[in-house]
Design a protein around this ligand. Structure first.
Ligand code: G4P
Length: 286
């Protein structure tokens, strides 16, 4: 389900996350490894001021490994610990508890010194819709517990989900809005499937995706669509893929909507391999 984020919804979502922050020791901020910046909430630094945080680059199985490594280094340089994970299969999840313990060692040592009984670390998972929050909670809890729906207004009683002996999660994640700054962010969110196609023009999303692939992954395009070479312009490229895949209309015209659907489905379904749509060098301050 796609949420329409109106200012009232944003304020309420923010309030709900702020309430949940009072209950926990650490935040797990889930982002999409293919677009770690565009899939972050733009106000995250303002919202989470008082708790340590780990950035979890989820869906790392779909992202370009070399670029994911660059992102981890990028966050670390900014004193934000980051891990690459795949919530669907569970890859990388073991490191989460160990890293949380490391980050909270001082706090828990102080509690122990005051004679407070040891307890599990309490964590909150936050992220934009569709980034994999429910999948991660279920995978960590090893059972099916959350049915959150992407409704920022819904309130339910808070419950703790045990992850081994040392970690507990709030069973409802914090849902925050994605960035709406700039067209590029929207196009990246749409290309990866984070926002529904209906919001943006299908052909526009595909033109963006083809341009990006042509620049960054030309070989993958050539191989997937058996192209002899890459046309200079996007329209002939679009045409060739449409023709090759039989996305035609009556009269021998290319059906651009059908071609767009096919290309986007194949990108999202990893048919062009593991792809990252942004890299840290685009974000380095000069
Ligand atoms: P949310 O709670 O943050 O809204 O996200 P949710 O867990 O529902 O996950 C959204 C989609 O992403 C799901 O696919 C889920 O299986 C997939 N997903 C989550 N984590 C990973 C991961 O690490 N790797 C991969 N490859 N996929 C992951 P879905 O139910 O099929 O939804 P959709 O793809 O039809 O949107």
């Amino acid at each position: 389900m796609t949420i329409q984020w109106f200012p009232g919804h944003m304020a309420k979502a923010r309030r709900q996350v702020t309430e949940k922050l009072k209950l926990i020791d650490i935040v797990f901020e889930l982002v999409d490894a293919r677009i770690p910046m565009s899939s972050r909430n733009p106000m995250i630094d303002e919202i989470i001021t008082s708790k340590p945080r780990i950035v979890l680059l989820n869906k790392a199985d779909k992202a370009d490994d070399a670029i994911t490594k660059q992102w981890i280094a990028y966050f670390k340089q900014r004193n934000i610990p980051a891990l690459a994970i795949d919530a669907q299969t569970g890859t990388g999840l073991k490191q989460i508890t160990a890293l949380s313990k490391e980050l909270l060692k001082d706090k828990f040592d102080k509690m122990a010194a005051k004679g407070i009984k040891p307890r599990a670390i309490r964590a909150l998972i936050i992220g934009i819709p569709n980034v994999g929050k429910s999948t991660l909670i279920n995978r960590l809890a090893k059972k099916n517990i959350t049915k959150t729906g992407d409704r920022p207004g819904v309130t339910t009683a808070q419950q703790w989900v045990k992850v081994g002996k040392e970690l507990e999660l709030l069973d409802t994640p914090g849902i925050l809005w994605p960035k709406f700054e700039g067209e590029l962010v929207g196009l990246k969110l749409a290309t990866t499937g984070a926002i529904k196609d209906a919001i943006l023009n299908l052909q526009e999303i595909t033109v963006f995706a083809l341009k990006f692939l042509k620049e960054h992954y030309p070989k993958r395009l050539i191989e997937r669509y058996s192209l002899h070479d890459l046309p200079e312009d996007i329209v002939p490229l679009f045409d060739e893929i449409g023709k090759k895949r039989g996305c035609m209309m009556a009269g021998g015209y290319i059906d651009y909507d059908k071609t767009s659907e096919l290309i986007l489905r194949e990108i999202r379904g990893d048919k062009l391999g593991r792809l990252s749509f942004e890299s840290p060098d685009q974000y380095l301050e000069n």
